[in-house]
Design a protein. Structure first.
Length: 466
C-alpha cells in the first residue's frame, strides 16, 4: 500500500507494514516514533521507509518524515487504513470499573440473539462462545487492534464490544476505530500515577465520545454518577444521541432490586415499559453493569425488547464476582477488584448473602497509584469481618512496604505476604454461613514479582484447598 493512501503525505512510497516498536521494523515499514526518538536510528537501520514523529522533532533523516501534532493518532489512523476493515457494528465501553463485565455481557447478549459477536479487552479476544485468546493490555496497541478488527470482519463477525482503557484512549491506541455506541460506567480513583488529576483522567476517557464515537452515534451513560452532567453536556455538544441508565436513568431506570439466593431481581422502567428481570449475578454494581450492557446492545441492534429476553441467561465474566466453590458451608468468590471503589462495591454486594462472617483477602499492585493503598485498607477494615493482607503484583516494588502501607489503615488486618498461604489460611478458617472474597487478581494466571512473572492463579489455589 502507498504512503499517500494511509496518511496525508503525498509521497508515492510503498509501505509493507507498520509498527511503533523498532524491534519489529522490516524493510518498507512505516515507523511510529511515539514515545522516544532514540529508536528512530534503529528503525531506519532495519529498513523503515518513513517515520512519524512529533512536530518538535527537527533532525534530518535519510527517509521521509511525517511531522504530526498528535503522532499517536496519526499512527493509529494509518494502521486503520493499512488494514482496512472492522466489524460493521462496534461498541466501546470506558470507565474505572465494569468495562470487562459489560463488554462480555454485550458479546453474550448478541451471541444469544444469533449474531456473530466478539469482545476485546482485559480477558483477551473472545469470539462468540470460544475460549479467550489472552492479551497483554486491556486496550492493545494500535496495530494489534486493527489487525484483530480486520480479521474479525473477514471472518464474518458483524459485532464487536471493546474495552477502552484511559491509557489506551489517551495514547490513541484505538484512534482509528469508528465506534457506533460508546458507554461510560463510573469514575473513581485509579491510575493517578499516570493521569495525575481526576480532570486529566476524565478528559482521557471523554476522548471516546469526542473522537471515536461516530456522528449521530449513541452514548450510553450512567445517570447516577457525579460526572454525568459533564458527560451529557459533552455528548450533546458533539451531536450524539444519549441513552441513560441507573436509578436516575431515563431509558433504563432501576426502580428496585431484591437479592435472591443466586442473584437478584430487578424492577425496571425499560424504554418506557415496566418490566421485571432476574439476573444470576449478585451486587448492585452488577445490576448497573447489566443495565449498561442492555442499553448498549439495544442501541447496537435497535431491538431493545429482544435483547432483554436473555437477561436471565447472562453469566459473569471470569474473575468478576465469580462464585468458585464452597468449604465448610461457606461460599468463596474471586473478584478483580483492585481500586477502592471496586473493593467497597464487592464487599457490599456480598454482605446480604453473608449469614455469618465476611472475609476478604487482597493486596495492592506495585509501581501503581500508592495513594489508594491505605484507602483500600480502611475500606476492608470497616466493611469486612476478617481481613488478610497479602501480595498482589508487587512488580518492582518491595512487597512488604506495600503491605505495610495497607496495614497502616487496617487495624484488623492480618499480614500474610505469600498469596497462596493467605488463600489457604482464609479457606481453612471458614465456617458455615461465611463468605470469602479473594480480590485483586481475578482472571490473571501470573504474579509479577521483582520484575518477573511467575505462574499463579487464585482459581487454582482455591481448588487446591477446598
Amino acid at each position: 500500500m502507498k504512503l499517500n493512501q494511509i496518511t496525508d503525505c503525498d509521497l508515492d512510497i510503498e509501505i509493507t507494514g507498520l509498527s511503533a516498536d523498532s524491534r519489529e521494523i522490516k524493510s518498507g515499514y512505516l515507523f511510529g516514533s511515539l514515545n522516544d526518538d532514540k529508536f528512530i536510528a534503529s528503525a531506519i537501520e532495519k529498513g523503515a521507509a518513513t517515520v512519524i514523529t512529533p512536530l518538535t522533532y527537527k533532525e534530518e533523516l535519510p527517509v521521509p518524515v511525517i511531522h504530526a501534532d498528535n503522532p499517536n493518532l496519526t499512527f493509529a489512523q494509518a494502521a486503520a487504513k493499512f488494514y482496512g476493515g472492522q466489524p460493521a457494528h462496534v461498541a466501546a465501553i470506558t470507565g474505572t470499573n465494569g468495562k470487562t463485565s459489560i463488554a462480555d455481557f454485550i458479546r453474550q447478549f448478541l451471541t444469544m440473539m444469533g449474531e456473530k459477536a466478539a469482545s476485546m479487552g482485559t480477558l483477551g479476544f473472545i469470539k462468540g462462545n470460544e475460549a479467550p485468546v489472552p492479551s497483554p493490555n486491556t486496550t492493545p496497541n494500535a496495530v494489534t487492534v486493527q489487525k484483530e478488527l480486520k480479521a474479525l470482519a473477514d471472518d464474518g463477525y458483524d459485532y464487536l464490544a471493546l474495552e477502552a482503557s484511559s491509557h489506551g484512549l489517551h495514547q490513541y491506541r484505538i484512534g482509528g476505530v469508528k465506534v457506533d455506541v460508546a458507554g461510560f460506567t463510573n469514575l473513581t480513583q485509579d491510575h493517578m500515577d499516570y493521569h495525575k488529576t481526576f480532570e486529566n483522567y476524565l478528559a482521557a476517557k471523554m476522548i471516546l465520545f469526542t473522537h471515536n464515537l461516530v456522528d449521530n452515534g449513541t452514548a450510553v451513560l450512567n445517570a447516577d454518577i457525579d460526572v454525568f452532567p459533564q458527560l451529557e453536556a459533552c455528548c450533546r455538544t458533539h451531536g450524539k444521541k444519549i441513552i441513560t441508565y441507573g436509578r436516575n436513568g431515563k431509558e433504563l431506570r432501576l426502580l428496585n432490586s431484591q437479592p435472591l439466593p443466586h442473584g437478584q431481581r430487578l424492577d425496571l422502567d425499560y424504554f418506557g415499559k415496566r418490566t421485571t428481570i432476574d439476573i444470576p449475578l449478585a451486587g448492585g454494581f452488577q445490576a448497573m453493569n447489566v443495565l449498561c450492557a442492555l442499553g448498549m446492545a439495544a442501541a447496537l441492534t435497535g431491538q431493545p425488547f429482544d435483547v432483554i429476553k436473555y437477561a436471565d441467561k447472562i453469566r459473569g465474566a471470569k474473575g468478576r464476582l465469580e462464585f468458585v466453590g464452597s468449604h465448610n458451608g461457606a461460599a468463596i468468590y474471586i473478584d478483580y477488584a483492585h481500586t477502592p471503589d471496586a473493593l467497597e462495591n464487592v464487599i457490599k454486594a456480598l454482605r446480604p448473602h453473608t449469614h455469618n462472617r465476611l472475609a476478604v483477602v487482597f493486596g495492592c499492585g506495585g509501581d501503581r497509584d500508592a495513594t489508594k493503598r491505605p484507602i483500600m485498607g480502611k475500606i476492608a477494615s470497616d466493611l469486612a469481618d476478617i481481613v488478610l493482607i497479602t501480595d498482589d503484583n508487587p512488580r518492582t516494588e518491595n512487597a512488604e512496604d506495600i503491605r505495610k502501607q495497607i496495614m497502616a489503615a487496617c487495624p484488623k488486618g492480618k499480614n500474610i505476604g505469600n498469596r497462596a498461604e493467605a488463600i489457604k489460611t482464609a479457606i481453612a478458617d471458614l465456617q458455615s454461613g461465611d463468605v470469602l472474597i479473594i480480590a485483586g487478581k481475578g482472571h490473571e494466571t501470573g504474579q509479577y514479582i521483582n520484575g518477573k512473572i511467575y505462574p499463579f492463579s487464585d482459581h487454582e489455589e482455591v481448588a487446591r484447598n477446598i
